[in-house]
Design a protein around this ligand. Structure first.
Ligand code: BG6
Length: 483
């Protein structure tokens, strides 16, 4: 249990989807594991809807218990009792003054540590209200001064629509809070196998000499979902797959795959290296992009009839540095495809002077499956067992479920919220990182927004447009079989 003193966690947008499905369940799991001791921690929900504490609790209750945490109902009830609700608007003083009063009441209660005040504001809200909400927090709800106290804010993506709007948002928030107080969440950075990348790359002699353009032919970072935008069409249509998945989740993964070794594990040193990767990405070429939109997407009544928004994209990024020159990083993401999967595929070059003539059977490939069923496996050639001297492709397989039986892998949000409480910004996106990420995609996004590039229709439940597979092949990817 971390030393947390008196902590108030305020979830703004408490009655919304994100809060119900992610934020409160993550807090509940932290509570069950003893990370949120009830004497020191209070949780507040804030939103516009006028409901009572109990009504909010009832709305959340059903989302708390998942298959991974069959917590007894008494835990649920005890946790829910920690939550108080305050209603108010996102741009008027009154609600925030009331919120401050409620928080202060608990801070000055006999249980708090010398009135120490630590306030974590989680903005489970659309970005359009970030500036006004931050202004209100700054004006009315900051921690009541005390040396060990703090105020932190957590913001969700989408953080802007392009470079200009993101920078404007960053400046507005930056005038109110210092960078160490701002936690820009990208939940992919909380996934177990994403967090494992640093260890994998820099604690293993195996990989150190191989991880470069001399040995690696291409890298794929893939996100697939086997469902469409059901119920979220309106939101999704404004953003599209590049803003929803590629510019943030996949690009963050790319940084960890491609970055140089940081001089230490200090969050700032790690983020320095990620920024360098982003700044080394060359402008995207139109011919290295394939966009798609699944058939039926526009049937959603909240999606405009002539929407040009891609629900699928394959984009090749090229990193202009000594390690990666010439190696395509293929980022691919799609909704309504034939499977749900997120993985990194590092494909090695062919063996020079191949005496076995086994090239056609496939290449060495190292695969990191982020989800579902976390795993890492290496595809390699072995002798086909038996009397003949023939080769076959096989796998060295580390499946987490088998290897770490009984170990519960934490949800990304759970881990990241704990980091915000502990003040560790390693797994959060720094302002310059965000800017560099938008710089990469903004020209392409503007071309799509202006209708200069159009998505190719694909059948829902398919692999996406065939043109994407052709692009992959052109980039050098060799389809391997099995597994
Ligand atoms: C969110 C996107 O950030 O990530 C969603 O907005 C997407 O569109 C989701 O479905 C995927 O997250 P995960 O953790 O299920 O891969």
């Amino acid at each position: 249990v971390p030393e947390i003193g008196c902590l108030s966690i305020i979830v703004l947008g408490a009655s919304g989807d994100l809060a119900k499905k992610k934020t409160f369940p993550a807090l509940f799991h932290l509570y069950c594991q003893g990370f949120l001791p009830p004497i020191e921690v209070h949780i507040f929900g804030y939103a516009r809807t006028k409901i009572s504490d109990d009504e909010l609790r009832n709305r959340i209750r059903g989302y708390l218990v998942s298959e991974r945490s069959a917590s007894p109902s008494k835990d649920v009830s005890k946790f829910l009792q920690l939550i108080k609700y305050v209603s108010g608007s996102y741009d008027a003083a009154e609600g925030f003054q009331m919120l401050d009063k409620e928080i202060s009441k608990h801070e000055t209660s006999k249980n708090s540590l010398e009135g120490s005040s630590r306030r974590l504001f989680y903005l489970a809200l659309p970005p359009s209200v970030y500036p006004s909400v931050c202004r209100m927090i700054r004006r009315y709800c900051m921690n009541k001064s005390n040396l060990s106290g703090w105020t932190r804010i957590v913001v969700e993506k989408p953080f802007g629509r392009d470079l200009g709007s993101a920078e404007e948002l960053s400046s507005q928030i930056g005038e109110l809070f210092d960078e160490p107080q701002i936690y820009r969440i990208d939940h992919y950075l909380g996934k177990e196998l994403v967090q494992n990348l640093l260890v994998l790359r820099f604690a293993n002699r195996f990989f150190l000499p191989l991880w470069n353009r001399d040995n690696i032919d291409n890298v794929q970072i893939v996100f697939r979902e086997d469902f469409g935008t059901e119920g979220r069409g309106g939101y999704f249509d404004e953003y599209g797959i590049i803003r929803d998945i590629i510019q943030n989740h996949l690009l963050q993964v790319l940084c960890l795959v491609a970055m140089e070794k940081p001089v230490s594990l200090k969050p700032e040193r790690i983020r320095d290296e990620k920024v360098k990767v982003l700044q080394s990405v060359l402008p995207i070429k139109d011919e290295e992009v394939v966009l798609g939109q699944y058939e039926g997407y526009r049937d959603d009544p909240t999606v405009p009839d002539h929407s040009n928004t891609p629900t699928f994209a394959t984009v090749i990024l090229r990193i202009h540095n000594e390690r990666w020159e010439g190696v395509p990083f293929i980022l691919k993401a799609g909704k309504a495809l034939n499977s749900r999967k997120a993985e990194i595929r590092v494909q090695f070059k062919d063996v020079p002077g191949d005496i076995f003539k086994c090239k056609k059977q496939g290449r060495n490939e190292f695969v990191i499956r982020l989800q579902p069923s976390e795993a890492m496996y290496m595809k390699l050639m072995v002798k086909q067992p038996g009397l003949e001297m023939s080769t076959v492709q096989s796998e060295l397989d580390l499946s987490y479920r088998q290897r770490y039986q009984g170990v519960t892998i934490p949800e990304a949000y759970e881990r990241l919220i704990l980091d915000t409480i502990r003040g560790d910004q390693q797994h959060f996106v720094r302002r310059d990182e965000l800017k560099a990420a938008w710089e990469i995609f903004t020209p392409l996004l503007h071309r799509i927004d202006n209708g200069e590039m159009k998505p190719i229709p694909y059948q829902a439940g398919s692999r996406g447009p065939a043109e994407a597979d052709e692009l992959l092949e052109k980039a050098g990817y060799v389809q391997t079989h099995g597994y």
